[in-house]
Design a protein around this ligand. Structure first.
Ligand SMILES: NC(=O)c1ccc[n+]([C@@H]2O[C@H](COP(=O)([O-])OP(=O)(O)OC[C@H]3O[C@@H](n4cnc5c(N)ncnc54)[C@H](O)[C@@H]3O)[C@@H](O)[C@H]2O)c1
Length: 383
């Protein structure tokens, strides 16, 4: 078995998760990391032999098979393009980048180089979501007419909560949509097989001005400083977004996305309505799926090799009753992406740069819809 040489760029919150979970694959060695801040300390903490402050130096010298991009959104394009140009496969965090033009250029470059270019939409890889996809495809719920839900968080509730994500220069035009709405939309489309074809959005920002710490803070940090250590900054991204959707198969639905709902640390809900049954998956109980019946008891399915759809069995790593969560979904996402190296066009379950481009178009059209306060159609080429 070949062992792939991997380098990770960005070792904040999610970079560390990438390193821990990709190391659980038997054919990957994380040989280097890059971080523009404290790379040596991260390498020491994570026991990685080589560290850099500049990703170009890492890519030029480390003979890598794969680069994982785990930096703020506005840096994804240049890092991904540099890796692809130097014949290195890429796993990029969502959102893929910050403009449709950049996303199109990355899709073209990955195709030209015949490299694997994956986006880490890991929610696809909870076994019960894959099961849901398969039973919908089998017609168990009947034709789908409703796709609804939400993704709520609370880590930006207070005026003193701060992150690079709040600033459109680093986040892109949207924040809540690009950061968490993108996960929900990818999951909704993946499980139903229906693409979003029109959107109508309404945004709100509860803190038009926030207190930005003068010192660097990590994402999701609860660190607090004295009042003198903050400066007032104007916020140009949304805290809340309500979006109505029309889907390609005729389904309709809506979702509420927010980073300021107290008590909702990570609350994802996806409810699907079909003519025979409904289904609901919720991030509070990722190993369960609720099937709703009109004329009998509702069913609560639990993840297990004997309970999931035959196509889902490869995603079940542990026996019945043993929970599989966030890091396990990452591992499965990476397993799928690494398995595509050398055959990027073969069938697979993971999100690709094409899916990343589609999400960029959705983000931009939702932004436009909110600005113009009207329905906006998603261009057909995106679907
Ligand atoms: N899939 C998921 O569930 C998930 C969850 C969280 C974050 N993300 C995505 O991961 C990315 C990173 O988010 P995060 O929460 O880890 O942010 P973070 O702020 O915790 O970490 C970012 C890291 O990147 C480093 N960095 C910044 N610019 C750099 C550059 N040019 N070169 C090298 N290092 C650089 C920073 O020093 C920091 O260590 C974002 O795109 C975010 O949307 C995805």
């Amino acid at each position: 078995m070949k062992t792939y040489r991997t380098g990770v760029v960005g070792t904040g919150f999610i970079g560390k998760v990438h390193i821990e979970t990709v190391r659980r694959l038997n054919n990957v060695e994380v040989v280097a990391l890059t971080d523009s801040f404290n790379a040596e300390a991260s390498a020491d903490l994570l026991n990685i032999p080589n560290y850099f402050s500049d990703y170009k130096e890492m890519i030029d010298t480390m003979n890598l098979d794969m680069v994982h991009i785990c930096t703020p959104n506005n840096t994804h394009f240049e890092i991904a393009m540099y890796a692809l140009e130097h014949n290195v496969n890429v796993i990029c965090e969502k959102p893929m980048c910050t403009s449709i033009e950049d996303a199109k250029a990355l899709v073209a470059k990955a195709k030209e180089k015949k490299l694997v270019a994956g986006i880490n939409f890991h929610n696809r890889f909870y076994p019960m979501n894959n099961h849901l996809k398969n039973i919908i495809a089998d017609g168990d719920l009947g034709d789908i007419f409703a796709i609804t839900g939400n993704y709520m968080q609370d880590w930006l509730l207070y005026e003193k909560d701060y992150s690079w994500r709040l600033n459109s220069k680093e986040s892109g035009n949207t924040r809540v949509i690009a950061d968490i709405g993108s996960h929900w939309m990818d999951l909704a489309e993946y499980v139903t097989g229906q693409k979003i074809v029109a959107v109508n959005a309404d945004f709100s920002t509860i803190h038009p001005t926030r207190k930005k710490p003068k010192k660097t803070v990590l994402a999701f940090s609860n660190e607090r400083f004295s009042d003198d250590d903050y400066e007032d900054v104007l916020i140009d991204t949304e805290d809340n977004a309500s979006v109505m959707f029309r889907f390609s198969g005729g389904a309709k639905g809506s979702a509420f996305f927010s980073q300021v709902i107290a008590g909702k640390s990570v609350a994802i809900d996806l409810t699907i309505g079909g003519y025979k049954k409904s289904a609901e998956w919720n991030s509070d109980a990722v190993n369960k799926l609720v099937i709703g019946n009109r004329d009998s008891y509702n069913e609560v399915l639990e993840k297990g090799i004997s309970t999931v759809h035959a196509n889902t069995i490869p995603l079940v790593a542990y026996p019945f009753g043993h929970a599989e969560g966030f890091p396990d979904a990452f591992k499965q996402s990476f397993k799928s992406i690494y398995a595509s190296i050398g055959t990027p066009d073969a069938p697979h379950e993971h999100a690709t740069f094409e899916d990343g481009l589609h999400e960029m178009i959705l983000c931009e059209k939702i932004f436009e819809s909110n600005q113009q306060q009207r329905w906006v159609t998603i261009p057909e080429e995106s679907n």
